[in-house]
Design a binder for this molecule. Structure first.
Ligand SMILES: Cc1cc2nc3c(=O)[nH]c(=O)nc-3n(C[C@H](O)[C@H](O)[C@H](O)COP(=O)(O)OP(=O)(O)OC[C@H]3O[C@@H](n4cnc5c(N)ncnc54)[C@H](O)[C@@H]3O)c2cc1C
Length: 378
């Protein structure tokens, strides 16, 4: 049996990006996916995600996004596919929330173009459909926009295959036998590899357990809701920004996926096993988002026209775990993206590739280490 340079488990956006970087670096790589592709059971499906350079106190994300933007552009060029639409991102802060000030610091110190809108009244002059109290503050990050999610995942996979990578879907990984040469058992047989990268999304607890790891990961079910505009054409991407309101746990994207339907959802949900995602009680989510729409976006119909289910995998500090196994350095993983990992995928894939090929990681891994959750540090 021949030995691969690398096997990647999970063909969501993170695993597909890692596989793409490995193949680009000349590594003979196998990408394994449990479901026939494309599928809608994990975290990467759907047509759009928010991208931005603005992050609050965790400024290292702004640095990573400054590299992610050109890496996305490179993937656009290589694949001949458009993956990004600029809309600007509107960050909303209530009176007791310092997110706008913290983000402004990160953007100002890096000369990233942005605008502060100091009151709800001034916001309404710019975006007449948005109703926020006068004591709210806002930041407009001009880099913000949409990533075309399904297309982006497909572009990583296509370029991976074009570089000689092998993608096997509909083939779940069942077990891992670590060592200098790792054996990976699937429903179809066994493969051997020098390096293994695990990006199993919400199935991470089940997969990491196979190599003796049990980090504090919590898969949750989230619901993307789509709201019909009362006046057609008012909430499209040429007129409307993407929105993040951290204090309200809300994000929103202009009408794009379904013409005339604005996407607005809660950045939270009930704990859920991804194998039984839709069996949990989620009525309270709808109550919360309906209240938000009625208060802040009365230009939308009060009940969502379409609801789509998806999964997040949360960590206690909302930062992902990107690291190698404490004992087997040839096994790396990228898990726990906490509902915020799509835009970062080109950099995450690059980091995972650096980790298993023994190169110095391009960014400090301190915020992402597995060890930050060890008992002595909690
Ligand atoms: C509704 C929603 C909105 C979001 N909005 C944003 C946003 O605006 N901006 C942003 O940056 N991020 C956003 N995110 C988060 C982002 O989409 C996720 O962080 C990202 O998609 C995670 O990708 P992943 O590859 O880790 O996981 P997944 O996409 O779940 O991929 C994991 C893959 O591993 C496979 N797998 C698991 N176990 C096995 C096994 N044993 N064998 C083989 N294959 C296996 C799974 O089938 C799956 O395909 C959003 C997420 C959701 C759900």
């Amino acid at each position: 049996m021949s030995v691969y340079d690398a096997i990647v488990v999970g063909a969501g956006v993170e695993g597909s990006s890692a596989a793409y970087h490995l193949s680009k670096n000349g590594k003979r790589t196998l990408l394994l996916e449990q479901f026939p592709l494309p599928h809608s059971r994990g975290s990467s499906h759907g047509q759009s995600r928010i991208t931005r350079k603005s992050y609050g106190k965790d400024e290292f994300y702004t640095d990573m996004m400054m590299e992610a933007f050109p890496l996305w552009e490179q993937l656009e060029k290589e694949s001949g596919t458009s993956l990004y639409r600029q809309t600007s991102l509107l960050l909303v802060s209530g009176p007791s929330d310092r997110n706008v000030e913290e983000t402004q610091h990160a953007l100002q110190t890096r000369n990233i173009p942005h605008q502060i809108i100091p009151s709800g009244r001034e916001l309404k002059e710019k975006f007449p459909n948005l109703e926020y109290p006068d004591n709210y503050r806002f930041l407009l990050d001009y880099s913000g926009g949409l990533l075309y999610a399904d297309r982006a995942v497909k572009a990583f996979q296509n370029e991976f295959k074009r570089n000689g990578g092998i993608l096997k879907d509909g083939e779940p990984m069942l077990n891992i036998y670590p060592g200098d040469i790792i054996t990976v058992r699937t429903t179809e047989g066994e493969y051997r590899t020098h390096n293994l990268v695990l990006c199993p999304g919400p199935w991470a607890p089940k997969v990491l357990e196979k190599i003796g790891l049990n980090p504090p990961l919590k898969p949750i079910k989230v619901i993307a809701c789509y709201w019909k505009e009362k006046t057609p054409g008012e909430h499209g991407s040429s007129r409307f920004p993407t929105i993040i309101h951290c204090g309200g746990d809300i994000y929103a994207l202009p009408a794009y996926e379904y013409p005339g339907l604005f996407k607005l959802a809660l950045h939270s949900g009930p704990e859920s096993n991804p194998d039984h995602r839709d069996a949990v009680d989620d009525g309270w989510i709808l109550e919360k988002v309906q209240k938000y729409v009625a208060t802040h976006l009365p230009s939308l119909e009060p009940v969502p026209s379409v609801k789509e289910n998806c999964m997040y995998t949360l960590t206690p500090d909302s930062n992902p775990i990107i690291d190698t196994h404490p004992k087997w350095k040839n096994i790396a993983f990228g898990v726990g993206f906490s509902g915020d990992g799509f835009k970062l995928a080109p950099v995450v894939g690059k980091l995972l590739c650096e980790l298993v090929t023994g190169r110095t990681p391009s960014y400090s891994l301190e915020p992402f280490r597995l060890g930050r959750f060890s008992k002595s540090r909690l």
